[in-house]
Design a protein. Structure first.
Length: 426
């Protein structure tokens, strides 16, 4: 599918965005193994999060959906049933990586697969710790999906993450729910902590201090009533759009501002972005607030080290923004981008060059000089939702009408993206 985007005179108005993908995945999985009925408000509309619900249904969990409200009839830690067919994770790396921790502890064998893109994404990062816990996992070429997971009794471990990864951390903690004793995860850099917050919300005995997360096994998880905050990663596209287009002022309501995710706002503020958060509140342990953003002249910046891990999903749209800043943008320590839905370093640079923007590809990042003008072009999503949305934002600043090929990729995380973009781009 192709979407055509015209340059915008301004990006203005007030919007509310779909529920956070990361939080929705976790609520969907944990509520299935909690005792009782959990009601989730503002569940993500993205296809990835519905892949998670599909897998939980296949494991014997009754789930009702009414728009963005999801009701999960949990069956407790030991209530899952062997699926009648292989589980389909679709395009969702979050689903296959995190759910594998739960599947590794079940008294049955499960096969889980995904689409062509997911089938190219390596799984050794979860396979190694799960093997240490006693799981038996078979993979294509010993690293790619589909995975065959022979479930069984697990033992607790202390696992030091070789690189920051919230998905791997979650996988180990989910497996640790089933192990007798204490499972510990050590993080070199703090990654997003939605799993820790959610597990505590459901009643798990979990502590986190100085980079060490400790989880007591075999808790009784209790059903909850939950509201998913709006997705900051989705908001990032509209924040950048408002920063790019002169005359813009945009308000985004109810956004999740978890400190492990909000480094994006700190980074943009450091570049001179006019971003204001009028008030914050805590909802089910997650910080939530309104974001108000206005067009700004930005100086540019460098993303590296711990900051890279914190804003890894936002790099595509930040690369677009970098070309319009005074000093440009440099991204380092982002080698993980090469094993996302696409090789995002390569696809970002390819589309930047179509935009008429100079960009240098590095082994683990990219360099985008500043003070560049955007020309109209036809961009390729390469089947990657974040690439599709990032270059739709770039098109708002281009010199004429642009086109996004493969625009349907946005539905993986944000089916309403195109309508929302048109509603605020005058």
């Amino acid at each position: 599918m192709q979407q055509r985007i015209s340059p915008a005179r301004s990006v203005s108005g007030s919007i509310t965005l779909p529920g956070d993908k990361s939080v929705s995945h976790r609520y969907g999985m944990i509520s299935a193994i909690a005792a009782g009925t959990t009601r989730i408000h503002n569940y993500s509309t993205g296809a990835d999060c519905h892949s998670t619900l599909g897998c939980m249904r296949a494991l014997g969990i009754e789930i009702e959906e009414n728009g963005t409200e999801v009701v999960v009839h949990g069956r407790g830690l030991d209530g899952l049933r062997a699926p009648a067919a292989p589980l389909d994770a679709g395009n969702s790396g979050s689903t296959i990586r995190m759910l594998s921790g739960i599947l590794a502890a079940q008294p049955f064998t499960t096969r889980i697969f995904g689409d062509e893109s997911l089938s190219r994404r390596p799984m050794q990062r979860i396979m190694k710790p799960l093997a240490q816990m006693g799981a038996r996992i078979h993979a294509r070429e010993d690293k790619f999906p589909p995975l065959e997971i022979e479930g069984g009794a697990l033992r607790p471990i202390e696992y030091a993450l070789p690189v920051p990864s919230a998905q791997v951390k979650t996988c180990v903690l989910f497996a640790g729910l089933y192990a007798e004793g204490e499972t510990s995860v050590l993080e070199p850099v703090k990654s997003r902590d939605h799993t820790e917050i959610a597990l505590r919300e459901f009643g798990a005995d979990l502590t986190s201090e100085r980079g060490r997360i400790r989880l007591a096994g075999r808790p009784r998880l209790e059903a909850r009533e939950l509201t998913v905050p709006s997705d900051l990663s989705s908001a990032a596209f509209f924040i950048v759009a408002a920063l790019l287009v002169p005359g813009s002022r945009l308000s985004i309501a109810g956004v999740g501002l978890n400190p492990t995710r909000s480094a994006l706002l700190d980074f943009l503020g450091g570049m001179g972005a006019r971003i204001h958060v009028p008030a914050l509140e805590s909802v089910n342990g997650e910080l939530v607030g309104e974001i108000v953003v206005e067009h700004s002249e930005l100086k540019g910046g460098v993303i590296e080290g711990a900051l890279t891990a914190a804003v890894i999903d936002e790099v595509p749209v930040l690369a677009v923004l970098g070309a319009a800043t005074e000093e440009g943008l440099t991204v380092r320590d982002a080698g993980e981008l090469r094993i996302k839905e696409t090789d995002r370093i390569a696809t970002i640079v390819t589309n930047l060059r179509r935009l008429g923007v100079e960009a240098e590809e590095l082994p683990d990042g990219l360099i985008v000089p500043g003070r560049q003008k955007f020309r109209a072009a036809t961009f390729d999503s390469f089947g990657d939702h974040r690439i599709a949305m990032a270059f739709a934002v770039a098109a708002l600043r281009a010199g004429g009408e642009s086109a996004i090929e493969g625009a349907e990729a946005a539905s993986v995380s944000f089916p309403e993206f195109w309508d929302t973009l048109r509603a605020i781009a005058a």
